[in-house]
Design a protein around this ligand. Structure first.
Ligand code: RNT
Ligand code: ZN
Length: 413
């Protein structure tokens, strides 16, 4: 055991925190890593561009173009991230060996390659229906006034549940199906209720298919606006929060999807007084829902603190960002490791003591102790955690990504 760790451990023990236990706990927290960082949310359907009011900006060379390339890149990223995680797939990443199937006709077979991938690595899989980048998604999906279009997207939601159910069966781990739709208006709507009533009906019909609720967790993700849909979002926060509560499904909070001064960290404990679980997309919004790589910043740390205080079994944790301006594998590794570092800091925090100070209204000592904790030797615990998990600490991981870029990514032209 390195001396620095022994020193750090003692320092944390002095404030009643067990660093060994923190390492052990962190290594057992799965984070669902989003496949779409690897290719700028492109998918394998030959999409001509990303639509739905979201955008990946940048032109860094070397993006994955095929399932084989994406798998290779995911493997590289996972080899540099401590612990065992999950992979979050989107329906647009179906692998069509025996002919194309449209979104409403997708079957578990179209994701057999992913199931095989996950099984071989002992990973769980989560799934997202893709309600964007499709000719039928341009004028609304589950809220569409065109009944044929709406039925098409309802079938897509149902197909997604079936695919996730198969994943859960094959991998022995429940799968989360997260529904996010881009539907909304650029201009002030004349009717705010109609689209939401149709969305409500569509969700009812998706959930009406028979499926094993112990295997599939359905979540709904709200949003405040999208590009080109600035004035009205059908799937707003209030809509989905109420829908989820009434129908006993998960509400998913993406911290890029609220007004800039709203705090998702503050929403988590409120939601958990009324629901067993909440789902998250951790991202970083810069001025808008820009999906920058997750940093070890104050917002991420506050979110992590709420996750740890709530109990990690109550929060279904996934990341969501897509940065095409830097090495995409590095983006995954930085974002995942930062989420883990934030969780580790939370695990190394003497919450009981801080809470007691708050309850005693000793705000002076509370501030003093919190500020002292900021310079506690957390980095030494992180290095030890990396050693235990067999991944490089420090910049060692970057050297490996750079070598991979030189050998593999730079040849993708
Ligand atoms: C969009 C949502 C959604 C997507 C992914 C690709 O604003 O955050 O989660 O980012 O489905
Ligand atoms: Zn999201």
């Amino acid at each position: 055991m390195p001396e620095q760790y022994i020193f750090a451990k003692r320092k944390f023990a002095d404030i009643g925190v067990d660093a060994d236990a923190a390492i052990k706990t962190l290594l057992a927290i799965p984070i669902s890593m989003h496949c779409w960082q690897g290719d700028d949310v492109n998918g394998f359907e030959g999409a001509s561009g990303l639509s739905g009011g979201i955008q990946a900006t940048g032109n860094y060379p070397g993006k994955a173009r095929t399932p084989e390339e994406l798998i290779k890149d995911i493997d590289k990223a996972l080899s540099l991230i401590p612990g065992k995680h999950r992979l979050n797939l989107h329906a647009s990443y179906a692998v069509f060996d025996g002919g194309f199937a449209d979104r409403d006709a997708l079957l578990p077979e179209h994701f057999a390659k992913w199931a095989e991938f996950a099984k071989a690595r002992g990973l769980g899989l989560d799934f997202n229906p893709t309600y964007f980048s499709h000719p039928k998604s341009e004028n609304g999906t589950l809220s569409s006034e065109d009944e044929e279009i709406r039925a098409f997207w309802i079938r897509h939601g149902q197909a997604s549940i079936k695919i996730a159910e198969r994943f859960a069966e094959e991998l022995g781990s429940p799968s989360t199906v997260n529904i996010w739709i881009p539907d909304g208006f650029k201009e002030i709507p004349a009717d705010r209720t109609g689209p939401r009533a149709r969305l409500k009906d569509s969700l009812d019909r998706i959930l009406a298919i028979p499926f094993d609720k112990s295997k599939v967790n359905v979540a709904v993700e709200s949003k405040v606006f999208g590009i080109g849909m600035e004035s009205y979002t059908v799937g707003s926060h209030e809509f989905y929060m109420n829908y989820a509560a009434k129908n006993n499904i998960l509400c998913l909070l993406d911290n890029g999807h609220y007004h800039p001064t709203e705090s998702v960290a503050d929403k988590i404990p409120s939601m958990l007084l009324f629901s067993d679980k909440v789902a998250l997309h951790v991202t970083r919004a810069v001025r808008w829902d820009s999906d920058h790589v997750v940093l070890l910043d104050g917002e991420t740390q506050e979110i992590a603190r709420e996750i740890i205080q709530a109990g990690t079994d109550r929060v279904i944790l996934a990341l969501d960002f897509f940065d095409a301006s830097i090495n995409r594998i590095a983006a995954w590794v930085i974002g995942m490791r930062n989420m883990q570092k934030a969780l580790l800091i939370a695990l190394l925090t003497p919450h009981g003591r801080l809470k007691a100070l708050q309850d005693r209204r000793d705000f002076t000592q509370l501030m003093a102790l919190r500020e002292e904790l900021k310079t506690y030797p957390f980095g030494e615990v992180w290095d030890e955690l990396c050693a235990v998990a067999g991944v490089p600490a420090g910049m060692g991981w970057y050297e490996q990504v750079k070598a991979y870029e030189n050998q593999i990514l730079s040849k993708r032209v």
